[in-house]
Design a binder for this molecule. Structure first.
Ligand SMILES: *Cc1c(COP(=O)(O)O)cnc(C)c1O
Length: 416
């Protein structure tokens, strides 16, 4: 083989809970010239990104920036910067990503206690209070939008509980930021972490996060230890340095802050993408964007139900933009997904853990959350299911979804 062909990935309709289709405005800025990391033009863009992030996280925190790496880099940065060996950490678990938090906390050598519920359910604040009242925890870490079960864990009131019992609250909002309310200040979240490839509609590779002065105090204390070790001075506020260099929030905030202390080389192109993603979100308007996600999710669900398919869970805390479709008895879930991809270029997701082979997850997040995608997916899924021997009345799903859009238009004269 002398030369490879020029790279030419196929066009896809991506309807998974991440990654999603990248907004073309974001793809465009990723082809722009790379700047040096200390070029004032570039540090200006970093500062703008921080301003935009505060608005999207709905916070007045000074610290709102991004870690280079996928969302779990942000999760790991927050956990490893807060947790010292032996610290007690409470992890309410409602699905797979709760276990990820538990695993990361364990690797930070925390004493981890998990609080688990059956998949599809959420945790009640009283259950958390019971734990906090019983023993002291330094940190509570939990997931807001649990994509494995397509469930949203309500957070109102939990931050206040943590405050009452002297614990910090860190939240994985990877799947929810930019798609539904994430109110960092109102909900008293001490730290909140997100990612690019879900409702922010970018390519994966950056993890925006924010944290408040309480977390900053821990970082400052642990940084002092580091200096103390260097100069042989004792310090007792915290007992250990932050183990990771790359994910050390104390160093990262000095790099993003006015001091601009050298750390890593910022991923220029990824930063352009994040800035554009945030700009697009605020240009659309948070409330309008949340509404768009809700409406397209409703239309998708109406179509799924019209086809005679079940939706997993009791629906009370269902994520508005990822639909857990029960795979009908006798249908090969993998074969349906393969045909959707091969014949229609549509990607939907399988599932894991107790839901493996039981549900498909169809996401409509960020730029993927569009009326035409919903209608296309429903028409395609219906045809593929019929080809697999499942009986539905042709066109019923698309009709049901269209009805949702028409009702919406009647209400306010606009579509999605
Ligand atoms: C997708 C997802 C993650 C992991 O994100 P990566 O960017 O793949 O590291 C973490 N938490 C939740 C809730 C997610 O949906």
């Amino acid at each position: 083989m002398e030369f490879l062909e020029e790279l030419c990935p196929p066009q896809r309709t991506i309807l998974t809970p991440g990654p999603v289709e990248v907004d073309p405005r974001i793809l465009r800025v990723m082809g722009m010239p790379v700047l040096g990391q200390f070029d004032p033009e570039f540090t200006g863009l970093m500062n703008e990104t921080m301003v935009l992030l505060r608005q999207v996280f709905q916070t007045s925190n000074e610290q709102a920036y991004a870690v280079d790496g996928t969302s779990r880099a942000g999760l790991e940065a927050v956990l490893c910067s807060i947790i010292e060996p032996g610290d007690r950490v409470l992890i309410p678990v409602i699905g797979r990503f709760g276990y990820l938090l538990a695993e990361i906390a364990q690797r930070c050598r925390a004493e981890v206690k998990t609080l688990e519920v059956e998949w599809g359910h959420v945790i009640q604040p009283e259950q958390i209070e019971q734990q906090l009242a019983n023993e002291r925890f330094k940190l509570v870490a939990m997931v807001h939008g649990e994509t494995s079960t397509c469930t949203i864990q309500p957070l109102e009131g939990i931050g206040a509980l943590c405050e009452k019992y002297g614990a910090l609250l860190a939240v994985d909002a990877v799947a929810t930021l930019g798609g539904t309310e994430v109110r960092v200040d109102d909900w008293k979240l001490d730290a909140c972490i997100s990612g690019m490839q879900k409702c922010l509609s970018g390519p994966s590779g950056m993890s925006p996060l924010t944290y408040n002065w309480k977390v900053e105090k821990i970082l400052a204390a642990r940084k002092k230890i580091e200096r103390g070790l260097q100069y042989g001075i004792e310090n007792t506020a915290c007992s250990s340095i932050i183990q990771s260099n790359y994910l050390d929030l104390a160093q990262l905030q000095d790099y993003w802050g006015p001091q601009r202390l050298n750390h890593h080389t910022e991923a220029t192109t990824a930063l352009y993408a994040l800035r554009e993603a945030l700009r697009c979100i605020l240009k659309e308007g948070l409330q309008k964007r949340f509404h768009r996600h809700r409406l397209n999710g409703e239309a998708l669900m109406a179509g799924i139900e019209a086809m005679g398919l079940g939706i997993f869970g009791d629906g009370r805390n269902r994520m508005p933009f990822v639909v857990p479709v029960v795979i009908p008895a006798g249908i090969d879930g993998g074969s349906v997904r393969r045909q959707l991809l091969v014949d229609f270029g549509i990607e939907i997701a399988a599932s894991f853990g107790p839901l493996k082979d039981r549900i498909w997850r169809i996401g409509a997040m960020g730029y993927s959350s569009q009326k035409r995608n919903i209608l296309f997916c429903l028409a395609a899924l219906e045809a593929v299911l019929r080809a697999h021997g499942f009986r539905t009345s042709p066109g019923g799903a698309v009709d049901a979804a269209l009805h949702v859009y028409q009702e919406e238009e009647k209400r306010n004269g606009t579509g999605a």
